[in-house]
Design a protein around this ligand. Structure first.
Ligand code: GLN
Length: 488
């Protein structure tokens, strides 16, 4: 028998609507699942069972009044970087371990308006810096497909929670790949929307010109439903775009006829792409071709610089954004009565972990007088060239298809002491962030060791509908998304 916690948003919505299940029953079922597997997976930093049960009761009342909306009564998990009134928001960091925000992020307000249920806050790399969820101050998350392996990162908790059925869907954030790469590692669907599509108000900033919030779901239909719920203009985020939000479920037609899929020459030639990943992606392209898509080789000549550019721009922005954690305004302060300067220094050296310190130092250096022109400014110029590559590419194709990550999920600890290796996990996802483009990762196969492989589909600015259509078509002609991890 299928348990409630195993179902998708749209399946549960139908049950709720027909009064065959209540939100309380669904939420109970999710917590039963959490009790059974969370000890192994560790997807969450904070669980909020009492408030969730109250929210479920309120959702049931709303449903009784005939006011059901697509996310009403659905248990969701939230990356612990999104501010939630009265609920700890740690960013996976000791420096914020007791921070309780007095307000909700806009996306949380939007979900609350529909009476969604919030199960808890998920584990993540500290301040979203990482690709494995191992830099969290609260210990790593296990990949539900193999607990000895990483779930990807930085939104590894949100991805693992969906894969392990510890929630129905979740929110993550993506600065260089942190939704799409963990989605690939955990065999679920993850979308990074166009920069400006979803409000960042209440998202604790890592690199403001790159950060976007997006969903993790069990299938593409659910991804469209969550996108409907969180997208839209917000006057509180000056980078949010005032542009109508389509109904993203409207484009879910299992057909790609007439679409041209660009295959970047440079990406397939990338060293370090696992042969099983390459094969799964080539097989996926054949499925789409069979459904009527045209495949076309394209060129993105500057993408070889994308990772280098990202590791100047993201740390530069982070060094500025993280200056606010000084022991005075937020979070942790070192005990004792040191001088102000000593208090700042000790608070920050005790409060931040090694990866965050590395980024702050890199970013401060790249922005400092004498180096700014050589590093930050040069990186910004190359970023413009990368945007130009995409503009050019989209004159001859509708979507760009690549692997999401170069390898299947690696072992816990394998790359922790080799930051450069870790940084290369995002080689295929970073270019979309630099150019502000939307991208999705969907399951497209498994390695011989039974580990998930993700297919990345990127589109032009605000082309989420085309991306969803292609992803939906692929999902309809394959069964990868139906596989469940062997967790007992
Ligand atoms: N892995 C990349 C980094 O460490 C991307 C992280 C993200 O998207 N938040 O910066």
């Amino acid at each position: 028998m299928t348990e409630l916690y195993q179902m998708t948003i749209h399946e549960l919505h139908d049950l709720l609507k027909q009064r065959k299940a209540s939100s309380r029953e669904i939420t109970q079922s999710v917590y039963q699942r959490i009790e059974a597997v969370e000890g192994m997976v560790h997807a969450y930093i904070t669980l909020t069972r009492d408030t969730a049960m109250k929210q479920a009761a309120a959702a049931d009342e709303k449903i009784k009044r005939g006011e059901i909306e697509p996310l009403t009564g659905i248990p969701l998990a939230i990356k612990d970087i999104l501010c939630t009134t009265g609920i700890k928001t740690t960013c996976g960091s000791k420096i914020l371990e007791n921070f309780v925000p007095p307000y909700d992020a806009t996306v949380i307000q939007k979900l609350k308006a529909q009476c969604a249920v919030f199960v808890g806050k998920t584990n993540m790399d500290e301040f979203a810096m990482g690709s494995s969820t191992e830099t969290s101050s609260f210990g790593p998350t296990g990949n539900p497909w193999d607990l000895e392996r990483v779930p990807g990162g930085s939104s590894g908790g949100s991805a693992a929670a969906v894969a392990a059925d510890e929630c129905i869907a979740s929110l993550g954030t993506d600065t260089g790949g942190s939704i799409r790469q963990p989605a690939a590692c955990c065999g679920v669907v993850g979308i990074k929307p166009t920069y400006g599509r979803v409000s960042r108000f209440g998202l604790v900033a890592f690199a403001s010109s790159l950060d976007q919030i997006g969903p993790f779901t069990k299938d593409v239909t659910d991804a469209a439903l969550v996108m409907n719920g969180i997208s839209g203009y917000d006057p509180q985020d000056s980078t949010s775009v005032n542009r109508e939000v389509p109904d993203y479920t409207g484009c879910l037609i299992a057909d790609v006829k007439g679409l041209t899929l660009g295959i970047p020459r440079e990406y397939l030639a990338t060293d370090g792409v696992d042969p099983e990943v390459e094969k799964a992606v080539r097989d996926a392209l054949r499925v789409l071709e069979k459904q009527g898509a045209t495949l076309k080789e394209i060129s993105l000549p500057h993408t070889e610089y994308a990772v280098a550019v990202y590791y100047l721009i993201a740390p530069a922005e982070a060094s500025s954004n993280l200056a606010r954690y000084d022991g005075v305004k937020y979070g942790y302060r070192t005990p004792g009565d040191a001088s102000l300067r000593e208090m700042y220094e000790t608070t920050r050296s005790e409060g931040f972990g090694a990866e965050v310190k590395r980024r702050i130092m890199l970013g401060t250096y790249a922005l400092s007088a004498g180096y700014y022109d050589a590093y930050y400014k040069k990186a910004s110029q190359v970023r413009t060239l990368i945007c130009g590559d995409f503009e050019q590419a989209f004159t001859s194709c509708d979507l760009i298809v690549t692997p999401t990550a170069p390898t299947p999920p690696f072992r816990l600890g394998e790359k922790l002491n080799n930051p450069l290796q870790m940084y290369l996990s995002d080689i295929f996802t970073i270019p979309a962030n630099l150019a502000g483009l939307p991208g999705i990762s969907i399951p497209c196969g498994f390695s011989s060791q039974g580990l998930p492989i993700g297919l990345h589909i990127a589109g032009n600015l605000f082309a989420e509908e085309t991306i969803l259509r292609c992803a939906y078509c692929f999902e309809n002609h394959t069964e990868w998304h139906l596989k469940k991890p062997p967790l007992t």
